[in-house]
Design a protein around this ligand. Structure first.
Ligand code: ZN
Length: 211
């Protein structure tokens, strides 16, 4: 992964620590209390304004550098209701729950982006870091919308990501519109429905836009 800027790579030890701490305490949908506390603490430490209680345990971090466009980046933060059979030190300490879908990684990625942007501030505008509850059981995004997410934090675009273990380490794929949503249906006339996808084949696949 030598294409990652060195200024980002220096965050790696922090990111690994965060991910393991998050992995060790998974929480269920709409019960991400400890997780939300953790996120709020790290965002605040980075100098980012935090608004909590949006859609239950959901929260938004706001980083503004002055006049310019506003975008949102979103991560989900809940875990699966299952026991973890791993034996490594950061295995789940919360019986009956496991970050088996990788939302610990998603939270870490968004916290990492927040920390990087807060430190470098090489952009003009506003970034809203949206931490959404209840992706696994569904309803978390809807709860945030009902709490006025986009009225209170207006943006022109929102970006989300999901781990894709089928892709080689260091590779990512992009798909416009919706993807990876299995908990419910969201229909918008401006968005073409995506399809479940695998890794990008060599030369680029239609679902993923290439590698
Ligand atoms: Zn997931």
């Amino acid at each position: 992964m030598d294409h990652i800027p060195s200024s980002l790579a220096t965050l790696m030890p922090q990111l690994v620590t965060w991910r393991r701490e998050l992995h060790a305490f998974p929480e269920g949908s709409f019960a991400e209390f400890h997780t939300a506390d953790f996120i709020a603490g790290e965002l605040t430490a980075a100098g980012i304004v935090v608004t909590r209680g949006i859609g239950g345990t959901g929260l938004v971090g706001t980083l503004a550098t002055g006049a310019g466009p506003a975008i949102a980046i979103r991560a989900d933060m809940d875990a699966l209701e299952m026991d973890e059979a791993n034996s490594f030190a950061h295995r789940s300490a919360h019986a009956g729950f496991m970050h088996g879908c990788g939302h610990d990684g998603h939270v870490m990625m968004l916290l990492g982006a927040a920390l990087y942007l807060a430190r470098t501030r090489r952009f003009k505008g506003t970034v809203q870091f949206v931490f959404q509850p209840a992706e696994e059981k569904g309803g978390g995004a809807e709860a945030m919308l009902k709490d006025g997410l986009f009225e209170r934090f207006p943006v022109s675009a929102i970006y989300g990501a999901h781990n894709e273990p089928l892709l080689p380490v260091g590779e990512m794929a992009v798909v416009p519109g919706g993807d990876q949503r299995g908990a419910g249906r969201f229909v918008h006339p401006g968005l073409r429905p995506g399809r479940p996808r695998g890794p990008a084949p060599p030369g680029g696949g239609s679902d993923t836009g290439g590698s």
